[in-house]
Design a protein around this ligand. Structure first.
Ligand code: HAM
Length: 417
């Protein structure tokens, strides 16, 4: 095998890593203000956790999991998502016993054997939240508002919230049957996957991306019109709260999501700027999953956001710090003086680099240019004698002397200009 990354995986480094950390820090700050606590679960679990949690008939469980036997022959799976793991942890540690509403968040890698393309990888990262213990539609709205708040604070625009309800155990079976009847009538027009889904997972047919399926589904029954009174009331309240919170949304009756655990509210946030992999995040309510795992009846709501996709949307120009770094060039035997200068800058929170290997001023300036740097200090032997450095702004092509004791203040002013 060649020595390179496995198909569908990537190395992440500067400047993307700066965007990544910026996003994570902002998100953590905001999550704290909504009283969310972090949870770290293992990257692999017994396969059963996902097979039961996500649903045997979903694409994820059916064909996208990295599953292997460990040395004792137990079936292990790299997590394709984290909701099932968090539910497992919630039960294993009896978090429900504390009472009240439990708000958890996680950040980490997930693994799905999908066809790689821009924004779709086999190892990708999610930031996700799970809220346990409330049926209240306010929780749906507030948890959606939370992520919109995060996205706005990191400066994203051109986003839409699509929302739908998948009903409950009362109204969904009726809809499912109607839909199945309709699909059987148009079976010949559907792709092979959808033909199979008619029996196994008919709702999934609704969000098939194949154009001929889309066309054939134009007159499919609308789930919005099949909701029972309780589900309708729940949804109306979610909409009311979203409106009072200033969150804009579109009702999208064909939004069904790829995991089986949802009940009532489901939603996705999509971006105009991502091409075909346009969902930055998705989630919804899953009131039965904790019970299905053998726990007490505990309603829940959550979402997960694809960090890889989000990073694609953050603009490069805000994350290239080369133009804020101060490059310090020695002249003669003055590396110690350069270090003394760098130390003052670093103590004041400014980034600097001593160009210890520079052979000449010209070569040093060339190298700074190549790295897209802007600020240079020349700290040579003669500057040391005078207790100064020479400051060069490569962009404005200006140069002046600065007293060593003033460098921190003057360079801060230059960077902030
Ligand atoms: P999901 O829609 O499968 O939901 O994934 C959530 C987000 O993860 C997607 O919107 C996308 O941004 C990102 N994502 C998914 N697959 C890939 C991939 N192959 N490459 C890059 N990014 C990807 C869930 O995972 C649910 N656990 C969400 C949830 C939490 N529902 C309730 N609580």
């Amino acid at each position: 095998m060649p020595v390179k990354t496995v198909k569908g995986t990537r190395d992440i480094f500067y400047p993307d890593i700066e965007k990544w950390k910026f996003f994570e820090e902002k998100a953590r700050e905001i999550l704290k203000t909504y009283n969310f606590k972090e949870i770290i679960t293992p990257i692999f679990e017994y396969t059963e956790v996902f097979a039961r949690g996500i649903g045997e008939d979903t694409d994820i469980v059916h064909k996208e999991m990295y599953t292997f036997k460990d040395r004792k022959g137990r079936s292990i799976t790299l997590r394709p998502e984290n909701t099932a793991s968090v539910v497992r942890a919630y039960l294993e540690h009896k978090m429900y016993a504390e009472g009240g509403i439990k708000r958890l968040f996680y950040i980490g890698p997930m693994f799905r054997y999908e066809r790689p393309q821009k924004g779709r990888y086999r190892q990708f990262f999610q930031l996700g939240v799970e809220v346990f213990g409330s049926k209240n539609p306010f929780i749906d709205a507030e948890t959606i508002e939370l992520v919109i708040n995060i996205l706005e604070k990191v400066g994203l625009k051109g986003l839409s919230v699509n929302i739908n309800s998948l009903g409950c155990e009362k109204c969904r079976p009726v809809y499912r049957e109607n839909l199945q009847k309709f699909l059987k009538g148009i079976k010949e027009k559907l792709c092979e996957d959808c033909k199979r889904r008619i029996d196994t997972n008919p709702l999934r047919v609704l969000d098939c991306k194949v154009p001929s399926c889309k066309e054939a589904l134009k007159d499919a029954p609308n789930i919005q019109q099949s909701l029972c009174e309780d589900c309708k009331e729940h949804q109306a309240k979610v909409f009311h709260y979203l409106e009072t919170m200033g969150v804009k949304y579109e009702v999208e009756p064909n939004l069904v999501r790829g995991l089986d655990y949802y009940t009532r509210t489901v939603f996705e946030v999509v971006s105009d700027n991502l091409g075909s992999q346009n969902a930055i995040l998705g989630g919804g309510r899953y009131d039965n999953l904790v019970k299905e795992f053998g726990g007490p009846d505990t309603p829940a709501f959550g979402w997960a956001l694809g960090i890889d996709r989000l990073v694609l949307l953050l603009e490069d120009k805000n994350f290239d710090f080369a133009n804020k770094t101060i490059y310090i060039v020695p002249a003669g035997n003055s590396i110690d003086y350069c270090f003394q200068t760098a130390k003052i800058l670093r103590e004041n929170g400014l980034a600097s680099e001593v160009m210890a290997d520079s052979k000449s001023l010209k070569k040093a300036l060339n190298s700074v240019n190549k790295q897209r740097g802007r600020f240079v200090l020349i700290a040579g032997e003669s500057e040391r004698e005078k207790g100064i450095v020479i400051f060069k702004d490569m962009e404005n092509k200006t140069q002046r002397e600065i007293k060593l004791e003033n460098i921190a203040k003057e360079l801060k002013d230059e960077i902030d200009k």
